[in-house]
Design a protein around this ligand. Structure first.
Ligand code: ZN
Ligand code: ZN
Length: 325
């Protein structure tokens, strides 16, 4: 039982993903393929849709079974040379479990029981960590699945539009039913006709549209992290660091206020200072800005390159490092 829980690697979510993508593709092919080729879609979409799903599954397998950047005794020096310690959120340490030095930006994954370079997060769906070497596959996976969902939504929309055209619905509505030939008066009748005749297809279209929005959000979040060269793990680290620094500043400010109060009591004969001045002074000490200084952020273009060609895998980087070191 213990082996089959969330604190150990298990492939349940991987199976669920495969069942889902396979099931959805099968269902869409059953309900929509008999309308392809249609007025707006050529027969080639029967094959391109299969190809799109196939590439999606391939990206899933790549992300699931690729090495995220496992840090071992034999490669630890390579990972250490990739990123310097910033001495803010990362300082030189040893992993208490692996008994090897911890490269900057790495983390020990408690589920996989290994240290992973540039650790982002442990992905349950992939049953793998997302780290320095497979963030690119993970991002490609998200982007591709977003595009598949958009493709599916548009394709089903075109199937329905094609049916509308082929069955001459507008013509029938205006000529036989005497409905005014304007967008406003036709739309309710067309929607009614679509809902009555193609409810399964409409359901699939809405489902794919919702999933594509969710994927867009998820991809956007991770793309922003990639372009600022921050990992999900680091966003938590920075949050902790900033809240800790804020607390420290508050403690310093109240200690200073206490000190000022004591010295004020000593010089009782002095005239009281302006109330506004003291408020202003208080607010300036409290608003000391705690900023995130991410030394790994090398600018939009270099950050993107780092995702596509991880630092620890670049031969040029390693050679220059070994020359200088
Ligand atoms: Zn470790
Ligand atoms: Zn893991």
């Amino acid at each position: 039982m213990e082996n089959f829980c969330c604190d150990r690697p298990n492939p349940v979510l991987q199976f669920i993903y495969l069942m889902m993508i396979g099931g959805i593709y099968y269902f869409i092919s059953k309900t929509c393929f008999n309308y392809i080729p249609g007025y707006y879609l050529s027969g080639v979409h029967r094959y391109t849709s299969l190809l799109a799903v196939g590439v999606g599954v391939l990206l899933f397998l790549f992300t699931s079974f690729s090495d995220p950047g496992t840090v071992k005794a034999e490669n630890v020096s390579q990972y250490i040379s990739a990123y310097p310690y910033d001495n803010v959120i990362y300082s030189e340490k040893e992993c208490s479990t692996c008994k090897i030095p911890k490269p900057a930006r790495s983390k020990h994954c408690s589920i996989c029981d290994r240290c992973v370079a540039r650790f982002d997060h442990h992905c349950g769906w992939m049953n793998n960590c997302i780290g320095e070497r497979n963030t690119r596959y993970f991002m490609a996976f998200l982007l591709w699945h977003f595009l598949i969902c958009i493709y599916g939504t548009v394709a089903i929309g075109l199937v329905l539009a094609g049916q509308l055209k082929e069955l001459r619905v507008v013509y029938i509505l205006t000529v036989y039913y005497g409905i005014e030939n304007s967008f406003r008066s036709l739309v309710p009748h067309i929607v009614q006709w679509l809902l009555a005749s193609y409810n399964t297809q409409i359901l699939m279209m809405v489902f794919l549209a919702i999933v594509s929005l969710l994927l867009a959000g998820f991809f956007g979040y991770h793309a922003n992290l990639c372009l600022t060269n921050t990992t999900t793990n680091e966003t938590f680290k920075w949050q902790d660091y900033i809240s800790w620094q804020k607390k420290l500043n508050e403690a310093r400010a109240s200690a200073a206020a206490l000190k000022a109060g004591i010295s004020g009591m000593r010089i009782e004969g002095e005239p009281p200072k302006s109330k506004w001045r003291s408020i202003f002074r208080k607010s300036t000490t409290e608003n000391v800005q705690v900023t995130k200084n991410n030394i790994y952020d090398k600018g939009f273009f270099h950050n993107l390159l780092e995702i596509i060609f991880p630092l620890s895998m670049r031969s040029s980087f390693l050679q220059t490092k070994s020359k200088s070191g």
